[in-house]
Design a protein around this ligand. Structure first.
Ligand SMILES: *[C@@H]1O[C@H](CO)[C@@H](O)[C@H](O)[C@H]1NC(C)=O
Ligand SMILES: *[C@@H]1O[C@H](CO)[C@@H](O)[C@H](O)[C@H]1NC(C)=O
Ligand SMILES: *[C@@H]1O[C@H](CO)[C@@H](O)[C@H](O)[C@H]1NC(C)=O
Ligand SMILES: *[C@@H]1O[C@H](CO)[C@@H](O)[C@H](O)[C@H]1NC(C)=O
Ligand SMILES: *[C@@H]1O[C@H](CO)[C@@H](O)[C@H](O)[C@H]1NC(C)=O
Ligand SMILES: *[C@@H]1O[C@H](CO)[C@@H](O)[C@H](O)[C@H]1NC(C)=O
Ligand SMILES: *[C@@H]1O[C@H](CO)[C@@H](O)[C@H](O)[C@H]1NC(C)=O
Ligand SMILES: *[C@@H]1O[C@H](CO)[C@@H](O)[C@H](O)[C@H]1NC(C)=O
Ligand SMILES: *[C@@H]1O[C@H](CO)[C@@H](O)[C@H](O)[C@H]1NC(C)=O
Ligand SMILES: *[C@@H]1O[C@H](CO)[C@@H](O)[C@H](O)[C@H]1NC(C)=O
Length: 763
């Protein structure tokens, strides 16, 4: 990738930031990023290759390509989802379309924003471009061989590793029309969210003279196309289009409502004759305007620019804007699917979306509220129009509170928003009888609510009891935030008190590595259970802690930090205890990749921990630890993410690291660490946050020497939304090679739930 210095273009000259985007960043080593074509942020169509099984985004650099399909997730864990509405180009004679038609590559795939290319060992070159609801395939077949495009309605991404969550083809139909177009639908189910049957409709054109053979059933029944032919059924069905022409263009639209609407999309978004390059240019322009131009910097270091703009790209692929395409209910509200998941995104991603893309963000908030209105619960995760799964708390609450306290209003109905949160807080959802956690719902809401209300902690009757209790505390704090802002004092008092209930899991006697006090499981009779704070059992659905150890969960009470610091023995001990998180070789259950630290850079429960030193007056250590993590575990390679991207959660963690702030979701507080470079962040409406760095570099001279906020000398290690985002602002950093006393004695970040610190939570 060639890199030129990025200069702020004068006189309206638009900069093409897409030159810095590497769509393959994070596609390997479990990052699971989707490298295929997206024509704009949150596009419905995500067009790319399907290699399988167990290719979560469809992509694998090594496995054969079995087809190119229009729907994918990006960066998710759990199990593969989508990979539907596909085509596979096959040269020669397709006598049996049901046999394995997958092909290896003759060279690595190529990608740019809005463009994807695969060269198959069969000799076919495939070039892809797309719009929001339609796809363009340009095939160049080898000379002197028959050209075939196989449309297999049953094609879907599957999982062998986690068969319980593998998707299935249920049934479908496809009709070939005299003009070489085809229409139909496919119905599929399951995946990580255990979705029931859902249907996508398609409408495709092969823009070349072809003959068509339909096939149906496990044995081959190829029947020659006459004037109009249909096949349908639960066995594999499809069509083989064959042509003598070497170069073939195909165009396909999708809809969740009807094949007529799919035809409308493809005919209006990609009319016949549309050059591929024009779609690529439009996609680049969309991404430049809507996303990349939001952060401008005089930085010239090529890998840094690649990290910056690739991260901005990777964080905006999900969710999918399916407004006008909701098959379940009629509504004038926006509709977004593919939330995968708020458990990952609430920590630092949704707050960055609000800052950089306020318009889609407000639509997303409205959509989540509309889902509650029509289905009864907001999602913690959602795909194929179905809520699921909830890993811990009801974290849409945190997202709504964050939006509310930072002034998101517009067309969002906050009466409804608060009612949706009350539902989470007060009504246990029906059990969906998930074999992974049969005790209570994993679909939505708070499954362990009865214990939470009765005991003010969660007994081992419920799986993930301690992790859920810590998240329910933050969820209740979210209700407190909105109730208190709306002057609802009764609710405010109630939920503030409930937000302290994590304290009821705190066993002051539990000890590990010379530190005492950890959140542990607790029986109905009040007894703490013995628990090794370095162990989370299997860390999974059936365990007391989900994807994190007691050590890590102990640092997840961000609304109640003063109490936590008190519980851990005061600021000095708290700082030393944080240091243990980052010390190599202390965690026998840890990952060798991360030098056996307790801190896990690859998963969300650890996200805020490196910044918490600010609460104990050691801002310099936040800078040192957080920068080390960013520089050690993130890079521009396909393996450049430390874990699943999780719908862009990893990328937003890195972006906040570059910006020099870290949000505390549900509060207006942003912890200050240290920016990597000067930048101007466009906040919309003519407002901007202008961050400048003087005397620093991102690799070693990154300690803050002094800071001015809006011109005023600053000695707090935090700013609020109002300080720099509400109306914009400036932050002028002077940086240097060693820690300074710039914020010594400055007011510490707020701990809004701490009050009298050890106020007994159960009172
Ligand atoms: C394609 O293969 C089938 C079965 O092997 C054969 O009967 C048919 O003649 C072949 N057609 C061409 C065009 O080669
Ligand atoms: C194809 O399936 C869809 C969805 O089930 C149905 O609405 C449609 O009528 C079917 N079309 C044909 C031709 O069978
Ligand atoms: C067709 O194949 C599927 C999947 O391999 C199998 O479940 C089904 O029983 C087969 N049906 C027939 C009629 O052979
Ligand atoms: C087919 O496409 C390739 C690559 O796009 C191009 O080089 C070639 O000239 C085209 N061939 C014909 C016959 O149009
Ligand atoms: C979402 O999709 C709808 C329907 O296509 C469109 O009107 C709306 O502008 C989209 N939202 C954004 C933020 O692009
Ligand atoms: C907002 O939501 C509330 C609660 O569902 C409803 O009563 C009210 O009519 C809604 N307001 C508007 C303007 O839609
Ligand atoms: C715990 O304390 C002992 C004795 O002071 C010391 O040797 C050891 O290094 C400490 N362990 C940790 C993890 O700090
Ligand atoms: C914790 O708070 C209590 C009550 O405010 C106080 O008496 C105690 O000294 C504090 N302990 C630490 C270690 O800060
Ligand atoms: C892990 O430890 C090795 C050996 O001490 C060191 O070279 C490497 O930099 C460490 N890696 C990280 C990511 O901390
Ligand atoms: C940001 O501030 C710097 C100096 O404080 C100034 O030179 C620059 O023009 C500002 N940039 C923008 C885009 O406002």
């Amino acid at each position: 990738m060639s890199m030129i210095p990025l200069l702020i273009g004068g006189l309206g000259q638009a900069i093409d930031y897409t030159q810095y985007v590497n769509p393959f960043l994070g596609t390997e080593n479990g990052g699971n990023m989707f490298p295929g074509v997206t024509s704009e942020p949150f596009a419905v169509v995500k067009l790319g290759p399907d290699c399988g099984p167990d290719a979560y985004s469809g992509y694998s650099p090594t496995a054969n390509i079995a087809g190119f399909s229009l729907m994918h997730e990006s960066g998710t864990g759990g199990a593969p989802k989508y990979g539907v509405v596909s085509q596979q180009p096959v040269p020669g004679n397709v006598s049996n379309p049901l046999k394995d038609l997958s092909a290896a590559r003759s060279s690595p795939d190529q990608a740019q924003v809005g463009f994807y290319e695969s060269s198959l060992s069969s000799g076919v070159n495939v070039q892809l471009a797309a719009t929001s609801h339609a796809a363009l395939f340009n095939y160049a077949f080898p000379e002197s061989s028959h050209s075939n495009v196989v449309v297999d309605v049953s094609h879907v991404l599957t999982s062998v590793g986690r068969p319980q969550w593998s998707q299935h083809y249920v049934n479908g139909n496809i009709t070939v029309l005299p003009d070489n177009s085809y229409q139909g639908s496919g119905t599929y189910n399951n995946g990580w969210n255990m979705a029931p049957d859902w249907t996508v409709y398609f409408c495709g054109y092969i823009d070349a003279p072809t003959t068509a053979l339909t096939f149906a059933g496990n044995g081959t029944t190829l029947s020659e196309y006459s004037s109009e032919t249909s096949v349908s059924g639960e066995e594999r069905i499809g069509v083989v289009f064959s042509s003598a022409q070497v170069n073939i263009t195909s165009r396909v639209g999708i809809s969740f409502l009807s094949s007529d609407k799919a035809c409308h999309f493809v005919n209006t978004e990609i009319p016949i004759g549309t050059p591929l390059q024009s779609l690529v240019d439009t996609a680049k322009s969309n991404w430049n305007t809507e996303v990349f131009s939001k952060i401008q910097t005089p930085e010239t270091d090529a890998p840094t620019l690649e990290l910056l703009y690739s991260s901005l790209y990777g964080m905006n692929l999900l969710p999918s804007n399916r407004t006008g395409e909701n098959p379940l209910w009629d509504s004038t509200e926006p509709y977004y699917d593919d939330i995968f998941t708020f458990w990952d995104l609430f920590r630092c991603s949704t707050s960055l979306t609000q800052i950089l893309l306020p318009t889609p963000y407000e639509e997303q908030i409205r959509s989540v509220i509309d889902i509650w209105r029509n289905e009864g619960y907001m999602p913690d995760a959602r795909s194929s129009n179905f809520n699921g799964r909830s890993q811990g708390g009801s974290n849409a609450d945190n997202v709504l509170a964050d939006a509310y306290v930072k002034g998101v209003r517009g067309a969002a109905n906050w009466t409804a928003g608060y009612l949706a949160m009350l539902k989470d807080a007060e009504v246990q959802p029906p059990n969906n009888n998930d074999p992974s956690a049969p005790d209570s719902s994993t679909q939505q809401g708070r499954g362990a609510l009865p214990d939470w209300l009765q005991y003010r902690y969660i007994t081992p009757t419920y799986t993930r009891a301690v992790a859920r209790a810590i998240e329910y505390s933050a969820n209740d704090f979210a209700l407190y935030q909105i109730a208190s802002a709306q002057g609802n004092t009764a609710d405010a008092r109630k939920y503030l008190s409930r937000s302290r209930n994590w304290r009821n899991h705190w066993n002051p006697a539990a000890s590990s590595l010379n530190y005492t006090g950890f959140p542990v499981p607790r029986n109905a009779n009040g007894a703490f259970l013995s628990q090794d704070p370095l162990s989370c059992g299997g860390c999974y659905w059936g365990d007391a802690y989900y994807e994190g150890t007691p050590w890590e969960y102990a640092f997840n009470t961000h609304h109640d930090m003063a109490a936590l610091i008190n519980y851990t023995g005061g600021p000095e001990t708290f700082v030393n205890r944080l240091e243990v998180l980052f010390t190599p070789n202390l965690n026998p259950n840890g990952s060798p990749q991360f030098n056996y630290t307790i801190f896990d850079p690859g998963n969300e429960p650890s996200f805020a921990s490196p910044y918490l030193y600010n609460f104990a007056g050691r801002q310099d250590l936040s800078v040192a630890r957080a920068r080390y993590i960013a520089k050690s575990y993130y890079n521009t390679l396909p393996s450049g993410l430390p874990g699943n991207s999780d719908a862009g959660a990893m990328q937003t963690w890195l972006l906040w690291n570059m910006i020099g702030l870290y949000p505390l979701t549900g509060q207006t507080t942003f912890l200050i660490h240290s920016p990597w470079f000067s930048m101007n962040i466009d906040l919309g409406g003519g407002k901007s946050l202008n961050i400048t760095t003087q005397g620093g570099d991102s690799d070693s001279n990154y300690y803050v020497q002094s800071l001015r906020v809006n011109g005023e000398l600053w000695s707090k290690s935090w700013v609020t939304w109002d300080d720099v985002f509400a109306q914009g602002g400036t932050m002028e950093f002077v940086l240097g090679g060693s820690p300074s006393s710039w914020c010594e004695g400055g007011e510490l970040p707020p701990s809004p739930a701490s009050g009298d610190l050890i106020g007994v939570a159960t009172s």
